[in-house]
Design a binder for this molecule. Structure first.
Ligand code: UDP
Ligand code: MG
Length: 219
C-alpha cells in the first residue's frame, strides 16, 4: 500500500524520486567467522541468488591500502600484516562510502553482507555510534570452523594469493585476534538472539545449503 502510494507520488512529482530513494535504510547482515572460515566464498554465492551486495571490510581496506595518494595506506598495511584491527573510523568510512555508492546506482540494492566486520569492541562501538538508526542489522551470519581447518585453508590460499597475511606468522596473530576480540562480539549478538550459526567445516556446497536455508527463511 505504502509502496504504491510512494510510486504514485514519485510519478507525479519526479523531483521527489532521489529523496525517496535516499530514505531507504540499508539492511545489513554481518558475516563473521575465523580467518579462512569461508566468509568470502559463501558471500559470493549468496549474491548470486539473493539481492545482496557483498562488502568485505578486508577487501575495502586492501583496496584503500593500494590506492595511490591514500593517506592511511601505510597504516592499513602494517595493521593487516600484524593481524591487528584497523581503527574503526577508517573502516566505517570505507563501508559507508561503498553502501552509498551501491544505493545511488540502484536504489533496490539496499541489502548488504558486511563480511569480516565488526571484529572487536572498537568496531562495534564505532558502528553503533555512526550507523545506529541509519542501518538495520538483521542478523549475524556466523561461520563456525575449527582453528585447525582455518589455518589449513589460509595456508592453502596463501600458496596462490597476493595477500601479505596468509603466512603462518601473520595467521597466528590473526587467529589470536579473532579469539580474543571477535568471539566476544559474536557472543554479544548471541545474547540478543541475533546469531545464525552455520557449520563451516564441510565442503562449499554443503555449507551453502545451510546458508540458503537461513536466507530463504529470513531474506
Ligand atoms: N581488517 C580490519 N578491520 C576489518 C576487517 C579487516 O582491520 O573490519 C584487517 C585485519 O588486519 C584482518 C585483515 O584486515 O586481519 C584481513 O581481513 P579479512 O576479512 O580479509 O580476512 P579473512 O578473515 O577473510 O581471512
Ligand atoms: Mg575474507
Amino acid at each position: 500500500m505504502i509502496g504504491r502510494l510512494l510510486s504514485y507520488v514519485c510519478q507525479k512529482v519526479p523531483s521527489l524520486l532521489p529523496r525517496v530513494s535516499l530514505m531507504m535504510k540499508p539492511q545489513v547482515v554481518f558475516v563473521l567467522g575465523g580467518p579462512g572460515a569461508g566468509k568470502g566464498t559463501q558471500c559470493s554465492k549468496i549474491v548470486q541468488e539473493y539481492a545482496y551486495t557483498h562488502l568485505s571490510a578486508g577487501d575495502l581496506l586492501r583496496e584503500e591500502k593500494a590506492r595511490e595518494g591514500s593517506e592511511c595506506g601505510q597504516l592499513i598495511g602494517s595493521y593487516i600484516k600484524e593481524g591487528k584491527i584497523v581503527p574503526v573510523e577508517i573502516t566505517i568510512s570505507l563501508l559507508q562510502k561503498a553502501m552509498e555508492e551501491t544505493m545511488e546506482k540502484d536504489e533496490k540494492m539496499f541489502r548488504f553482507l558486511i563480511d569480516g566486520f565488526p571484529r572487536n569492541e572498537n568496531n562495534l562501538q564505532g558502528w553503533n555510534k555512526v550507523m545506529d538508526g541509519n542501518a538495520d542489522v538483521k542478523f549475524v551470519l556466523f561461520f563456525d570452523c575449527s582453528t585447525e581447518d582455518c589455518i589449513q585453508r589460509c595456508l592453502e590460499r596463501g600458496k596462490n594469493s597476493e595477500r601479505t597475511d596468509d603466512n603462518r606468522e601473520s595467521l597466528e596473530k590473526r587467529i589470536q585476534t579473532y579469539q580474543q576480540s571477535t568471539r566476544p562480539i559474536i557472543e554479544q549478538y548471541e545474547q540478543h538472539g541475533k546469531v545464525r550459526t552455520v557449520d563451516a567445516s564441510c565442503n562449499v556446497d554443503e555449507v551453502f545449503a545451510s546458508v540458503k536455508a537461513i536466507f530463504d527463511k529470513e531474506g
